[in-house]
Design a protein around this ligand. Sequence first.
Ligand SMILES: [Ca+2]
Ligand SMILES: [Ca+2]
Length: 251
Amino acid sequence: MKKFFYYAALFAALTMGFSSCGEKNEGDEPDDPEEEFVSPIKVDGDFADWAALPAAKVAVAENKNAEKNALKVLKAYADKVYLNIYFEFDGDQIVDREWPAVHVYLNYDGDKATGGYGDEFADACVDSMLETAIFSGGEWNDWNASYWHWWGEANGTGWEWTAPGTDTSEANKWGAEVGEGEGISHGMGSGNAYEIQILREMLPNSPFAKTFGVGIDIQQAWTSIAWLPNAASTDENPNGLANMLDVTIDE
Ligand SMILES: [Ca+2]
Ligand SMILES: [Ca+2]
């Protein structure tokens, strides 16, 4: 709980723009200019902010699979503080709107020799994952995700939940780090698109490399029906796996 309190305080300081040290007084100067940072992306379901970003700074993965095509495009932009994600989906395929989970996968260290989850990504180097739904009971849901680390073998596959530190054997794949609703991320949608903002500093034990990897998937009835980046399905690659999307922090 103590850790959660710390991150909640940090988040409050970052979002409200005043110092986390001591009480706020009228006219106080912030201790750290970073706390004044305002992202060019606002989580509001209005995507004009994405259109205004310089294209060279935005990583993009478009759907390449004719069957698993419920996700159309993934865009990722890492500013000084946040990882911002935008995606479009096929509304006709997302019929389960009770609580359809969207996962964000991170190769945060940029190292393809660490992490796993080759189930959806050819390079199998996912270090961590965020999970919550984009809809809840048919309405747009704030994407205030839980956070999990890969505990399985390096470059491994599979999906098991487990408590952190209890067992890092091959059988246990994901260990919990942060519970849902702690404010590590937010999201909002409109039409057939959705935007997510993740506060990188609130992800515990997750040092980001300047260039790191991102991927997403979307579920219907608790099963992933599509993910990005992807590739065409072939005899050699029946599941249409591709490497994660490289994202470079815009410093
Ligand atoms: Ca927006
Ligand atoms: Ca990794």
